[in-house]
Design a protein around this ligand. Structure first.
Ligand SMILES: [Zn+2]
Length: 207
C-alpha cells in the first residue's frame, strides 16, 4: 500500500478533523501538495488514525478494485470535505468570517453522517457509532465529520491555530497550558523562523 510521506505531521493537529486538513502539504499556498493522491492513501491514513479497522481497510481496498469509479468519487468527496473544513477552521483560527458556502458543505456531510448514527451496547454502557455505513466506501468520512462537529461545539475552538510559518497551512489545536504554541513543530517552521530572525539581526548589524 502506498504511504503518505508526511508521517511526522500525521498527528500534529491534535484533533482528527485537523489532522485531516493537514493531509495537503503547504496548504496555504496557491497550489498545495496533495497527499491523498488516491483512494489507497485515504485508506492508509484512515488506518493510521484508527478510524477504520484492518479488516475494514482490506474490505474497502477490495471494493475499490471492483469499483474504481466509486473509489475515485469517494476520494473527491473526501477532498471536498477537507477543503471546506480547512477554509472553515483557518477562518476561525485567524478571526475571519466563516463563509456560509463552507459551512453548507460541512452541513451536507453532517446530514449524511447523522443519517447513519446508531447507538449500540458497548461494555457495560452504550456507544455512538456509524455502524450502518461501515461497509460503504466513504465510511471513514463520518468520524472525521463527527470530530469537526465536536470541535466546533467545544471550548477548544479558541485553541485552533494556523501555523505561523507561511505558507505552511498546518492547523492544530493548541493543547499547551498557556496556549503558547505557534508552530506546526519547532523542528520545522519554528526553526525556519528562528533562522530568519537570526539572519535579519545580522543584516541590521551590518547596515
Ligand atoms: Zn508550519
Amino acid at each position: 500500500m502506498s504511504k503518505i510521506n508526511t508521517n511526522a505531521v500525521t498527528f500534529i493537529g491534535e484533533r482528527l478533523c485537523l489532522n485531516f486538513t493537514n493531509t495537503a502539504s503547504w496548504h496555504n499556498r496557491e497550489q498545495p501538495i496533495e497527499q491523498l493522491v488516491n483512494y489507497e492513501t485515504l485508506i492508509y491514513w484512515s488506518r493510521q488514525m484508527e478510524i477504520i479497522t484492518a479488516t475494514q481497510g482490506k474490505h474497502l481496498l477490495e471494493q475499490a478494485e471492483i469499483s474504481p469509479i466509486e473509489a475515485e468519487k469517494t476520494l473527491a468527496h473526501a477532498i471536498e470535505l477537507r477543503e471546506a473544513m480547512f477554509r472553515l477552521f483557518k477562518a476561525i483560527a485567524t478571526n475571519q468570517q466563516v463563509k456560509p458556502s463552507d459551512l453548507a458543505i460541512l452541513n451536507n456531510y453532517v446530514n449524511q453522517a447523522y443519517s447513519l448514527v446508531e447507538i449500540v451496547p458497548k461494555d457495560s454502557g452504550y456507544a455512538f457509532t456509524f455502524q450502518k455505513g461501515q461497509q460503504k466506501m466513504d465510511c471513514m468520512l463520518w468520524p472525521i465529520v463527527q470530530s469537526a462537529v465536536d470541535l466546533l461545539l467545544s471550548e477548544d475552538l479558541s485553541r485552533v491555530k494556523l501555523c505561523e510559518g507561511e505558507p505552511c497551512g498546518i492547523l492544530f489545536c493548541d493543547v499547551s497550558r498557556n496556549k503558547s504554541r505557534r508552530w506546526c513543530s519547532m523542528e520545522d517552521c519554528g526553526n525556519r523562523a528562528k533562522a530568519q530572525r537570526h539572519y535579519n539581526k545580522k543584516k541590521i548589524q551590518k547596515t
